[in-house]
Unconditional design. Structure first.
Ligand code: UT7
Length: 325
């Protein structure tokens, strides 16, 4: 009996050129490089240029992933863009990406799960592949999240950045005696009772404006480590692996203290944890694929490695996905 599995064909990323340091921020809002580094672990973040939209960031990351995979847009059947900051209320940023890539076939849609968006999108792509709806899926996490910030609110404006990361998943048939590879297991969760702990106070149906980010930071922090570790354990349990089998842990990049706390609770050595929050800040749905791209490009993540992706954010939503690279 053959088994269809979603394997990773390539990854890529894009960061806007403009880098905003903590010291620069401290000139306009009552904060300091020392506070931000100590409490969050961020040194700098990238900011999209005027006229540079989420779909532009997504296309640049998609092209990098296609190059990495040795594929062209003709080879892709489905584009999923995980984003909270689409160019327009509609159409989906994914259809704009499809157009900009010159793709006239297949289908494309956006997925909204805030910071967990990429993990949700990878899991959705895996289901589409296993159900025969698509063979090659371009999964993108892309955000111009800084456009949702109130730059006078020091409790949120220091935390976020812009960027995009992409992954190409391909359905392959494994022979009976072939070891498992690709996406091995995933677990997704949400709990809407926490919606107002991290939300944006606008939207087409409520205010008719995009709104600004509001967060009860310590409350989100209080939930983060437990929810992250629960969903990682649930994913491991489904796959039959244990924490000791993991080669790499690629968590959502919101706060270095949350990443360290989750790593310590799981009993993972710090050298197995991929951390980019210092240079990217929290890029919401883009954070996991951006971190993945860094660790693939610098040679840490190699074929055969066991990689755990994890994210948690607004909603609350949270999830994890285990991949044999
Ligand atoms: O991506 C989705 C998931 N998001 C997260 O996981 C974020 C989770 N939350 C966090 O990472 C942290 O709660 C924050 C980084 C947001 C805040 O860190 P904290 O250690 O929880 O600080 P706090 O909110 O308890 O604030 C401590 C102090 C306060 O001053 P007082 O009341 O003690 O005088 C704040 O007003 O730090 C002050 N403060 C700041 N000071 C300088 C808050 N923001 C800043 C700032 N610069 N930017």
């Amino acid at each position: 009996m053959t088994r269809i599995r979603s394997i990773v064909r390539g990854v890529g990323s894009y960061l806007p050129q403009r880098v905003l340091t903590n010291d620069e921020l401290a000139k306009t809002v009552d904060t300091s490089d020392e506070w931000i580094q100590q409490r969050v672990g961020i040194k700098e973040r990238h900011i999209a240029a005027e006229g540079e939209f989420t779909s532009d960031l997504a296309v640049a990351a998609a092209r990098a992933a296609l190059d990495n995979a040795g594929l062209t847009p003709d080879d892709i059947d489905l584009i999923i863009v995980a984003t909270t900051t689409p160019d327009y209320t509609f159409p989906a940023a994914a259809t704009l990406v499809q157009m900009k890539l010159g793709m006239r076939h297949g289908f494309a849609f956006d997925l909204q799960a805030v910071c967990s968006g990429f993990v949700y999108a990878v899991t959705t792509a895996d289901s589409h592949i296993k159900n025969g709806l698509a063979r090659r899926v371009l999964v993108i996490g892309a955000e111009t999240f800084t456009r949702l910030l109130d730059w006078t609110d020091r409790t949120t404006c220091v935390l976020f950045g812009d960027g995009a990361g992409a992954m190409i998943l391909e359905g392959v048939e494994l022979a009976e005696d072939e070891p498992e590879r690709g996406i091995l297991a995933s677990a997704l969760r949400s709990d809407g009772q926490h919606w107002d702990k991290l939300y944006v106070d606008g939207g087409p149906s409520s205010t008719g404006t995009a709104g600004h980010v509001h967060m009860q930071g310590p409350e989100v922090f209080r939930h983060a480590v437990g929810k992250i570790t629960d969903v990682v354990y649930a994913t491991l349990e489904k796959s039959g692996y244990t924490v000791a089998d993991l080669d790499w842990f690629v968590p959502h990049q919101a706060n270095k203290r949350i990443i360290d706390g989750a790593g310590a609770k799981l009993g993972l050595p710090t050298e197995k944890v991929v951390t980019t929050v210092d240079i990217h800040a929290n890029t919401s749905a883009a954070s996991v694929p951006l971190a993945l791209s860094v660790a693939v490009a610098d040679g840490r993540i190699k074929p055969g490695d066991l990689v755990m992706l994890e994210a948690m954010g607004g909603g609350f939503t949270w999830g994890a996905s285990l991949i044999r690279w």
